[in-house]
Design a protein around this ligand. Sequence first.
Ligand code: DQQ
Length: 540
Amino acid sequence: TDMLDWQAPAFHFYPGENWMNDPNGPVFYKGWYHLFYQYSPEAAVWGPIVWGHAVSRDMVHWRHLPIAMERDEWYDVNGVWTGSTTILPNNKLVVLYTGSTNESVQVQNLAYPANPSDPLLVNWVKDPANPVLVPPSWIDIKDFRDPTTAWLTPEGKWRMVIGSKVNRTGIALLYDTDDFKSYELQDGWLHDVAGTGMWECVDFYPVSKDDFGLDTGTFGPGVKHVLKASMDDDRCDYYALGDYDLREGKWVPDDRAIDVGIGLRYDYGIYYASKTFYDQHKKRRILWSWIKETDSEKTDIKKGWASLMALPRTVALDPKTGSNLLQWPIEELDKIRSNLKEFNNVKLEPGSLEPLSVGPTSQLDVMIEIEVDKKVVSGLKVGSKVPYNCAHHGGAGVRDALGPFGLLVLANKNLTEYTPTYFYIAKDKHGDLSTFFCIDQSKSSIAKDVDKSIYGSTVPILEDEKLSMRILVDHSIVEGYAQGGRTCITSRVYPTEAINDDAQIFLFNNATNVTVIASLKVWQMGLKTKNESGWVWLGP
Ligand code: DQQ
């Protein structure tokens, strides 16, 4: 059980016990960040869902509050499912959420704070007019869920999006309302992509090269719109950048070849049902996401809890490329860093493995910059005929001319368990270069019943840039951000031997032809800590 205790996160949000899934209705209100979440209050497995609730001043230290909404009406007795908050003028909050009815029909319901002057928003009221919206006749009653935050149209109506599907085509429907009680379906729909299946937890928001965050409902020159959908088929969150046509009510992707569901992902590991909100306090857009367990359900039941939230990330348009988002852990997390250790210009010859002495390694924030000899890279003859792919290339143990190289985390001395996070530079048969960012879980645990996939994707590297990655380790979760957050990977790992004081970190270079030079900053991360009686939570 010590091993299972060890798995609980120190600085990632989770309810402490039972099952959690999607983040719901995140909002900043009267000095507090509110996070609601899909919560199964009686078991560590998904089941009858209600809205759990926690508040924080900084999204790092949390205070857990009573369940915000129970399954107490015929229209949500099978589940108080996912929804979003909208802030009306005069700071009035409304929540729209999906209820699964007594007959398992998916309907939309309206709720609001019972006492708006309570900054903690402990009590919630469901509107007597519920359900306020039912599925249109041509949509399956089980394919109509997860309303977005609403925004004001130029005509002065509130508009929001709901995800659905028609046959195998995923769609985003647009609804207009004056009062959040009666709704008008807009002609056509916001967008659809054939073959992608059901779109869950759709998100739709503005970004621009000049702003770190824009409020939902901002339109105009220089503003792009992100459309994101969680694909029920492969359980991944896909996004695309595009333009929203105010008059037509249509969104058009910048590049049809990388449309929603067939192109970019927020994260190439485990990352699902995410939701953003505009933080009017710090003028930024924050992304929350559900990270499930990838061990067995049996173990989850033994642990008594399942799932956590990824670190809250700022999300913004990459001003340098203009063609991808940048995600980065919120700056408030820097406050729980301590014991900085720096390593400068560590030279890693081909085939090297370099242990780093940093103290305990279960709670870390690591920033690495890596220089690769450009002459070696350009001098290398034309490369592989088979395009590289993190998942299907054998992982960090397979050596090639220009990779892999990076950092092993949660590794023990004898290397019976370790998790490599790394870059791999691939040259294709035309001589074109691309850089991949991967996390290899195949050696992460000697346990048999845990997922051991290898995650990753390409990451854009611009002419004058060094390679850089940030790796956050928090017991059973490893989050990786390459090139300032252009490509992100979240993984769940369950070491059995590389835990507590037996876990270390190593730099490695498995490339055969190139020496790389790495500089790192390593911090301990706070909140949960170990004393004589075991792991203790230093949270709120
Ligand atoms: N989770 C909720 C649904 C949503 C799904 C139910 C996504 O509203 O579509 O727990 O994980």
